[in-house]
Design a protein around this ligand. Structure first.
Ligand code: BGC
Length: 250
């Protein structure tokens, strides 16, 4: 298969937009990844134009394209925007991006993409039962995957815990903003993940997001009954999961 026949994944984040064709046999990039800066403001139309430029850097292809969005996505329409421009709410992103790029585009929640990728190729590969993949970043993203099947849009970062939106206390951005020590942050994470345990009885919890590369500094401090492991695909998870999603929904 040439790289142009592989599905393409785009990871749309607050600072950068990353894209690459993905070899679904291996879960690796089939060509070198391209990263461009996220436009400011990052409204849907501005972002669509950047996607078109990014795809133009690769050979022409009819393969589907998956795109991550940090919000609720139902049937291609974005329904929430906790940490992105509010203009996204109500946008039919599948239609907008398909029109702007001339490709068959499918949009998926960012954490759901990471969850699909970790289950297919990463830390939760081959694991049955209920896997909860969480991403600790600006917000807290979550993916519920049961026996390999994704239940989309779980939004467990917005559980109300002790009267707070959970991500406002336990996301990596809260650790940074409040200058928390790893020990202090681990206490908040324990409270958060204990709530997930109580509500869902997962078989495995996976922790992703950029900070997961420092997981040895905080995961051993958590006091949980459930096995909890760092994500292994690191910053590839969004691109790989988006391409996988596009292929399974196309
Ligand atoms: C959003 C989720 C997203 C998560 C991580 C949350 O604030 O509501 O949709 O997955 O942040 O980006």
């Amino acid at each position: 298969m040439t790289s142009s026949e592989h599905p393409f994944g785009i990871d749309f984040g607050g600072t950068g937009i990353k894209g690459a064709p993905v070899d679904l046999e291996t879960g690796d990039f089939a060509a070198e990844r391209v990263r461009v800066r996220t436009p400011k403001p990052s409204t849907p139309t501005q972002v669509a134009a950047v996607f078109a430029d990014l795809l133009a850097k690769f050979p022409a292809s009819g393969a589907p394209v998956g795109v991550t969005v940090p919000g609720v996505v139902r049937h291609g329409v974005v329904h929430s925007a906790a940490n992105i421009d509010r203009a996204w709410i109500g946008t039919d992103a599948d239609a907008l991006f398909t029109e702007a790029t001339g490709r068959d585009v499918h949009v998926v929640n960012d954490a759901d993409a990471a969850g699909l990728a970790e289950v297919a190729y990463g830390a939760a590969r081959g694991r049955g039962g209920l896997v909860i993949v969480t991403t600790l970043g600006t917000g807290i993203g979550s993916a519920l995957v049961h026996d390999g099947v994704l239940v989309p849009n779980a939004e467990l970062g917005h559980l109300e815990i002790d009267g707070h939106d959970a991500e406002s206390r336990a996301a990596n951005s809260a650790r940074e903003a409040e200058n928390l020590t790893m020990k202090q942050w681990a206490e908040r994470l324990t409270r958060y993940y204990r709530t997930l345990e109580k509500l869902f009885s997962p078989d495995l919890i996976v922790v992703g997001g950029g900070i997961s590369k420092r997981s040895d500094e905080f995961l051993p401090l958590l006091e949980l009954d459930t096995e909890i492991v760092p994500a292994t695909l690191r910053n590839k998870a969004g691109v790989v999961g988006a391409a996988l999603y596009a292929t399974t929904t196309a």
